[in-house]
Design a protein around this ligand. Sequence first.
Ligand SMILES: [Zn+2]
Length: 190
Amino acid sequence: MNTATAWSDDHFIAGDVALDFANTVYRRTPEIGIDLLDSANALTAWLHHAKLLPALDDARDRFDGSQTALCEARRMRELFWGIFEAKTDGRDLPADALADLLDTARRGIGSDVAVGPDGSTAPLTAQGALTVLALHGVRLALSPSSQPVRSCDRCGWFFTDTSRGRRRRWCSMKTCGNQAKAARYRSAHP
Ligand SMILES: [Zn+2]
């Protein structure tokens, strides 16, 4: 059955691909919502939309039906959640999750991923796309935060706050921002 989530640019609002990947659930708070990464096809389609798949004709097929890749991707997403939640809350990063992520990131370097002189990464295989994603996560986790990682007050999706004054509260005005405004209006005008 092919029920792959139809990814759109509305799923890529975080300003960092690692955070976009962490946001592949309908909501993260107050509890984890529907998993948008619900099949290997959805994973392939997401990587494709994120432009992380190598330009190989058969790349799209590689993950189709591969539960291993899906499990690996979901596991990495959980590491991202733990690490970025800590970053958002201003806590030390969880050592176990960071060690796991570094381990994931180092796998495939050379065989599945090429690293350019400027540190840019290019996946050579579909598997390499997951390594590249892990490297993006490491980079963001260990970067000093001039653009802090924050999460949406309403749904918990992560984003890098590039707003002036660093006061962004919503993942998107189109969704949560407008809903919050409407809720405020309703409570002010009963
Ligand atoms: Zn939101």
